[in-house]
Design a protein around this ligand. Structure first.
Ligand code: GLP
Length: 270
């Protein structure tokens, strides 16, 4: 697992956006052979999306032959609700780049048959040839997508009940009223995320420092579902200094040293 410690959220976001754009460009995607991205919502990826939009505007990357699959969606929120993940994705990324609507896949939290919706999502990922790069964030409790503590580490896309912790954490988007936060969500499973060819997890801010310590310095554990990253063949954590506050000094020094070359400049776009 690679751990890249960036100075702050802005430098992290720029680096990750360049990394992703470079991957898309080098894959030379076509209609028949698109580049498949897994994408998260939340505040963690907002800076990266902003940078990707900027790179698109500068003609340095195109999403024309990119297919996307989002990690999760609340159950029961209308798609045009400002806190739905549909709304979030169009608002922060898709409306500003040349992605084709039919290439965007987001779970439908209003589907009549939610189990069927989840199964179909898994099938769609398979039909697209699997996910080339899954970008993710984490909750303060180390959950990835909505795979809350105790989730099966081989889980697939399904409906999940959100923990009270997560409802409180996300209430900041719902007028700080925990009662307004949906209680359930559809989410890809840990197994779904692990099947991706590459996995990049953004961990930013002191609020995530404990989870960062668990995934970097402790073992794989279902109570911190992101810790499965340790078993991914191509897993990377892109974090900022604040997120490393609970790590040992030696751990921070070690990863800064071995990644110094990668951190010295932005990843190549070609
Ligand atoms: C939600 C999402 C996760 C996301 C997490 C962290 O729980 N389901 O995918 O990683 O929020 O959000 P933020 O980046 O806003 O801290």
């Amino acid at each position: 697992m690679r751990i890249l410690i960036h100075e702050n959220y802005d430098t992290l976001s720029k680096w990750v956006a360049h990394y992703i754009a470079g991957k898309i460009n080098r894959a030379k995607p076509t209609k028949e052979n698109p580049y498949v991205l897994g994408l998260p919502t939340g505040s963690s990826p907002v800076g990266t999306y902003k940078q990707l939009v900027q790179l698109y505007k500068e003609d340095k990357v195109s999403f024309e032959n990119v297919v996307t699959f989002n990690m999760d969606e609340y159950v029961g929120l209308a798609e045009d609700h400002p806190q739905s993940y549909h709304y979030f994705m169009w608002h922060h990324l898709f409306d500003h780049v040349d992605i084709k609507k039919e290439n965007v896949n987001i779970l439908d939290g209003n589907a009549k048959d939610l189990d069927r919706e989840c199964d179909q999502f898994e099938q769609k990922i398979k039909d697209a040839g699997g996910i080339d790069l899954f970008l993710g964030g984490i909750g303060p409790d180390g959950h990835i997508a909505f795979n809350e503590p105790g989730s099966s580490l081989s889980s697939r896309t399904r409906i999940k009940t959100l923990t009270y912790d997560t409802q409180v954490a996300n209430s900041r988007f719902f007028d700080n009223d925990v009662n307004k936060v949906p209680k359930t969500a559809l989410t890809v499973g840990v197994g779904t995320v692990m099947d991706s060819k590459e996995l990049v997890i953004i961990i930013s801010g002191y609020g995530k420092a404990r989870a960062c310590q668990k995934v970097v310095e402790e073992g794989v554990n279902h109570m911190w579902t992101v810790s499965m990253l340790q078993l991914h063949r191509r897993g990377m954590i892109a974090c900022d200094e604040e997120a490393t506050m609970e790590l040992k000094v030696g751990t921070v020094k070690y990863f800064k040293d071995i990644e110094s070359e990668a951190l010295r400049k932005l990843p190549s776009l070609s």
